[in-house]
Design a binder for this molecule. Structure first.
Ligand SMILES: [Cu+2]
Length: 177
């Protein structure tokens, strides 16, 4: 079948079918409801974390993360440093093509200030299996106050498509007793 123009060239002046109009109205109202309910989810679902955010140069952030890793490194897994920061300390995590660096070790019940930023493109910080998601942008340093409540191994995945190696962009947080 050939692709032919619509019978009425001025198709946008055709009357809308009742059913179609009904669905447009429903979708529009639902969109509005979801938009305003985002504020409620901050309180009800403990989602949409509050972060402090600062402007930073991506290279300066990368240097901060490296200094942090050098200072507190306690081991290595698959060539990636395992870093154990003292309780209450600032913890730095870097997103870059295509890894979350370094591997972090935290203690259950202790509070930390987790810093997140990217060295290159936009990435998504998704902590598995919990429901913590933060958009990570180069040039912005986000700080989250975090107190792990359960020991175990947590995975970080990138949930913002960032190129050919996106699916390999993972990281780890170990929470010890
Ligand atoms: Cu990514």
């Amino acid at each position: 079948m050939a692709i032919t123009p619509p019978e009425q060239r001025i198709w946008w002046n055709e009357p809308i079918h009742q059913v179609e109009l009904g669905w447009i109205v429903i979708a529009f109202l639902w969109g509005l409801f979801m938009f305003f309910f985002m504020i409620a989810w901050h309180f009800i679902g403990e989602q949409n974390l509050s972060t402090e955010t600062y402007r930073i140069n991506p290279t300066a952030y990368e240097e901060k993360v490296e200094a942090f890793a050098d200072k507190y490194q306690v081991g290595e897994e698959d060539g990636v440093p395992v870093v154990r920061a003292p309780a209450g300390e600032d913890v730095y995590l870097l997103a870059r093509l295509w890894e979350w660096w370094p591997i972090i070790e935290l203690k259950k019940g202790q509070s930390y200030r987790i810093h997140l930023s990217s060295a290159d493109w936009q990435h998504g910080f998704s902590l598995q299996p919990t429901n913590i998601n933060v958009q990570v942008h180069p040039g912005y340093e986000h700080v989250i106050n975090l107190t792990p409540t359960e020991a175990g191994d947590y995975g970080i995945i990138c949930n913002e498509y960032c190129g050919i190696g996106h699916h390999t962009m993972t990281g780890r947080i170990h929470v010890t007793e």
